[in-house]
Design a protein. Sequence first.
Lengths: 273, 658
Amino acid sequence: MNELAPDSYVTDDGRTIGPAVLEMKNITLRFGGVTAIKDISFDIREGEIRAIIGPNGAGKSSMLNVINGFYHPQEGEIWFRGARRPSMKPYEVARQGIARTFQNIALFKGMSTLDNIMTGRNTMMRAGLFSQALWWGKAEREEIHHREQVEKVIDFLEIQHIRKVPVGRLPYGLQKRVELGRALAAEPKLLLLDEPMAGMNVEEKEDMSRFILDVNDEFGTTIALIEHDMGVVMDISDRVVVMDYGKKIGDGTPDDVRANPDVIDAYLGVSHD
Amino acid sequence: MAESSAAGAALTSIPALLARNAQAFATRPAYREKEYGIWQSWSWAEAQDEIRALALGFLDLGVAKGDHVAIIGSNRPSLYWSMVAAQMCGAIPVPLYQDAVAEEMAYVLDHCGARFIVAEDQEQVDKVLEIQDRVQHIEHIVYHDKRGMRKYDHSRMNALADVQATGRAAHHRWEAELDARIAALGYDDTCVMLYTSGTTGRPKGVVLSNRNIIEASKSSSEFDELTERESVLAYLPMAWVGDFIFSIGQAMWSGFCVNCPESAETMYENLHEIGPTYFFAPPRYFEQRITLLVIRMEDAGRIKKWLFDHFMEHARKVGPDLMDGKPVGLFDRLRYALGNVLVYGPVRNRAGMSNVRIGYTAGEAIGPEIFEFWRSLGINLKQLYGQTEASVFITQQPDGEVRADTVGVPSPGVEVKIGESGEVFYRSPGTFVEYYKNPESTASTKDPEGWVATGDAGFFEEATGHLRIIDRAKDVGKMADGALFAPKYVENKLKFYPNVLEAVVFGSGRETCCAFINIDLTAVGNWAERNNISYGSYQELAGHAQVLDMIQSHVEEMNASLAGDAMLAGCQIHRFLVLHKELDADDGELTRTRKVRRRIIEEKYADLIAALYDGSAEVSTETEVTYEDGRKGSIRATLAIRDAAVMPAQATTLEAAE
């Protein structure tokens, strides 16, 4: 075993949580006159499951979009792996090893599960257009390698039986799983999940929780997730950021957050005046 | 490693057969498994290398002669290898049903005293760990799938691949010992121990010797002329004797290839890809495939549907005769050939049955329409009758003498006789040695001359010499008026309706017969969809008035056909109810091979049975259910009880039955 880095620790269930991989420093995001995110700072540590929760319109998805490079904050800094990240396009962020899923499933409905997951490896394909078109030499070797990785994801998520089924025909819970598969295929260092359990029944939620924990455990992937369902969040995450009206109102372990009076107010709907 | 076992050695054990195959069929495929979307394959020579490495690893772990090694999991080459590797070490493999809950496993593991467990994955390992404090003698667990296992305490646990690696590394140390143990395997040593699911009481460990397995495999392979060119899909539980005979006994004897599906859900697809030449499935499987096909055809375009109906009717008319080599007119032959191109071929292909040379079904009676359907498509589907205690084969149907209502003639080397009570007895080289640690049961089942009581009542047809099975001997009873009561016969008749999944008939010692019925969710659900009937749960659908009407019409139709049979007219169903839950092996209501456990059902649903007989129109009940993970819950329901019309016995009821 390696010596632990100075600011690392080991969780009760034996996972090693390292130093911060991503630091959000004083982020403010405005759309015209509307301030979606107001001066928020928090960090995500290596190997942890970090949840961002909050009521509707709290700015959670905006935050994910900032991390993902889709929105560019007017103020604040993003530090990734110890270096300040310049303003980047989403595909550049993806190449850095940050993958995501979407709240309202964004798959190619007419394509099979396999092909959809294959698109997750797009940023890693290096063969030129010409050799890809002829499927010769490098392109062929590359595809074989990528297919192998994709098959491992399929095996991991236990979706062999829908490998060749167009995703449009799949039930909602399975589509969510395919989307997770596509994000995993990119072999991300940091995985962003936007409401992975929205609209699922209890059993599907349990399955999805299991997969999120397994991804974190097996591949050591750092995970940041947005979720509505408090129960699920408290069960699976190491630390939780709570947002309300674009502000951070809580940050800490699930137990800390649960005891935080501001959080209770936000969730129980105390009037804001 | 291979050359150490002489090819000329007597073929008196599975490891000896393996050594022969590794030489005779060195490069032919022995095992295939679909993993990561690709069929991986191992030749006989490679398989031997893998199995020997595993056996060496087992020796290094301390597997001793006479140990029991439990194997828990779904069909995977590495689990089949574990069984043979255990045999090489002089140990006895004991495969268990992988869907058994921890409680059930505890009994078997405790009874056989297994020191070593080979488990498929985390799920199975967890079950073993759960009961480990009660079953003290478990020493070491070997698992196949590494997923999720990283954080477990490995002081008494290993991955199967690591055991093989250790074995390979230690081959100088253990090779001589391994060869000595293989050479010491005798024809009368135990080959495998299989626990029968048992419709009554605790499971019993059936000890089968090398002689039992090899003789049964040999004569049955010869009966159907199996060669090394066959291929089979191994998808039935490994704990079931049939799988042991097909995937190990016959595969080793004939040298053919065993294919393992990717997962239980992909079985249909994998069957289609492999196209086995030799195929076994329980009647339920053939029934489900037809249900699926019929549902698809309901949704198909009009031309397709017309083609299907038209040619299937023709197939029903001439297909079976063609199969049996009876004379068929030229015009009918041409039409059948056309149908073969347009309909039968594609249907066979979709069902993965294009290459099937020999298909078998057994375990339950098969509906004549279902049986004829498959045969009319040109598939050589036959029936056999067997038991764990017989190493499967008691009777089977020879090519060209196949019928839905018989189970065939005695298999080669098997003697069959009918006892005075009508019970079927047999004696064969495949007859089991004993029930493990249970001399009383052994003595009451097998007499000193080797005749084994099957527990089934049957008779030989005089004209053809074929055996017909009526029912379980202990279930056959008398009704209050002395009429014959054969519940299974009636239940099977009901189950032939696609909408009926399971039925349980009561009536022994009573005035009338009544029944519980389980609907088939696939068929009834589809019917509901087409008729715009909405339902929220299984329970709601099962209690729907229109569903009850439909089931009632089935019951009355069956009553009419029973009335035509003087012997069984008394078994007509007077009252019935549709159960609010599916009968389930997890609740102990069915065996793991899905046979009804009558006594348990009678106890558990005593209130419902009372209501059937006291004339009430409905009954409220609460039932305990066990979930897959062993948790318990309960469901409450109010069930309607229906009266079904009964026909007078012996009346001319042909019109009514049509």
